[in-house]
Structure formats: C-alpha cells, structure tokens
Design a binder for this molecule. Sequence first.
Ligand code: SIN
Length: 169
Amino acid sequence: MLHWVFGYGSLIYKVDFPYLARQPAHILGWERRFWQGSHDHRGTPEAPGRVVTLVEVAGQRCDGVAYCISESVFEHLDHREKNGYRRVDTPMTLADRREVTATVYIADERNHAFLGPETLYEIAQHIDRSHGPSGSNREYLLTLAESLREMGVHDQHVFDLEALLFDNA
Ligand code: SIN
C-alpha cells in the first residue's frame, strides 16, 4: 500500500527514508510555527529545543514537500517524530496539481512537549542556545529557511527568526 506524506519541517531536508516519488506540495488551513519542544533531536528533556509544528489558521497555506512512501516506512517516521507528533490525514495539492490525501505529523497543544507561542525574539534566543542529539537548533532553523528559499517559498515566521539569529551572531 502506498501513502503520501507531507513534510514541512526537517522532513523537507533530512530525508533518511526511502520514497517512490517526491515533489513540492501544499496544504490549506495550516501555518508553520516554532511552537513544539524538542527533547530528542534539537534539545534534551532538561533543556528542550524549539522545532516546528502546524497550527490551524483558516485561509492560510503551508508549502512543503510530498513523499510517496510504502506503508512500512511509517515505522521509521513514527519513531523519528515520536516526541509529541501525531499522524493527521489532510487534503494536499501536489505541484503537478493532483489532489490527494496526505499524512502529516502534527504536534498539538495537548502533547507533553508543546511550548506554544512566545515573542519572536524569545524564540530566536531559545533556538540559538539549544542543542540535541541531531545537532544544533540553530542548524535546524537555518537549514529549513534555506530549503524553503530554494523552493521559492516565503514563510515570514521562519525568515523573521532566521534574521534574528543573524542579528544575534
Ligand atoms: C515535518 O518535518 O514534517 C515534521 C516536523 C519535523 O520533523 O521537523
């Protein structure tokens, strides 16, 4: 059985799983936000980092990357996204205009690692000082910003945080 998965954070640029097809895609009604705590990748349980999740905002569009995977790949993805993310099925539009159903990993406010909103300055400071087993939180943000730019995607939240990191350098 084949499935579509929509990646909007590290799944855009860290592709450590097999796939049958990959192309840009978007979903509607969601916005990317650095509101999720990371205990296992870009921080630790004692000093969590901040990574992206999606929040529901009517009329918004979130651009990312779609992967067509076989069912067995979910085992790897569920493990990778285990710190608060749950699988949600949502309509997705592929760059080739096909409308399909995609699985998205979303961490909502009910999960134990959720951090929620803060000022952009606070979020940037938090990212700047955090590190975890997968590397620095700074690298997570900068690589995401670079990947979005390469795809021609503008994400004000991500780009504002990136600018604040450079101001802080
Ligand atoms: C995703 O990339 O789609 C989920 C969040 C993350 O792993 O950064």
